[in-house]
Design a protein around this ligand. Sequence first.
Ligand code: ZN
Length: 200
Amino acid sequence: MALRPDEFYDHAIASADGERRLSPARMTGWNISPFEQDGLRVAPLLPPVLPEPARHGEDPADCDSCRNRDEGIWLDDHWRLTRIARVGVPLVLMLHPRDHYDLDDLPDELAAELGRLTTHLARHIQALAHIGRAHVYRIGDGGAHLHVWFFARPEGQAQLYGSWMVVWDDLLPEYPADVADADAATVADALIASYGGWRP
Ligand SMILES: [Zn+2]
C-alpha cells in the first residue's frame, strides 16, 4: 500500500533543510538540465492538500473540451486533434476524445483506438523533416477530459532530449506559427491516409 499523504510528506521532508527545501540533485545534474546547479534552490515542500481541488471539467456541463468537440485540425467520429499555439518546440499536438472521458474510464473500444492513434501520430510526427522524436504525455492533473500531448523534439538539439524537454519548451522563444501550421497539416493528412478521419 502506498504511503498515506501525511506519511509521504514526512518521508520527503526528512530529507529537506530547515526551510523545507530539498537538494537540487539528480535531474539538475544531468547534462540536459536547463538549469545550472550553482545558485539554484528548490521551492519549499508544502504539506499535502486534501481533498484535492477539482480539476477543470469534472462536470461535463462545464467542460471546455466538450464545448469544443467539433474543433481541431483533424477529426473522426470519436477523436479530435488540436495544435497547441505559443510553444517553443516545433510542434505540440493534443489528442482528445470527442465525448467526455478520462483515461481510466475510456471504453475498451476507444482505448484500442487511442493505442492505434498514438502510434500513427508518433510515426507521422517523426516523419516530418528536422524532427528528432515525438514525445507522448498524459498527465491529467489540470483537466478532467482526457488530453494526450504529442511534443516534437527538434532534430539535433541534444539538450532537449528526455524529460526536461517540456521545461525547455517553456524557456524557448515562440516557434514560427506558420511553419507549425504547415507541419500540423502534414501530420493530419498523413493520419487521414493511414487511419481515417477528415480535416474540418
Ligand atoms: Zn469534457
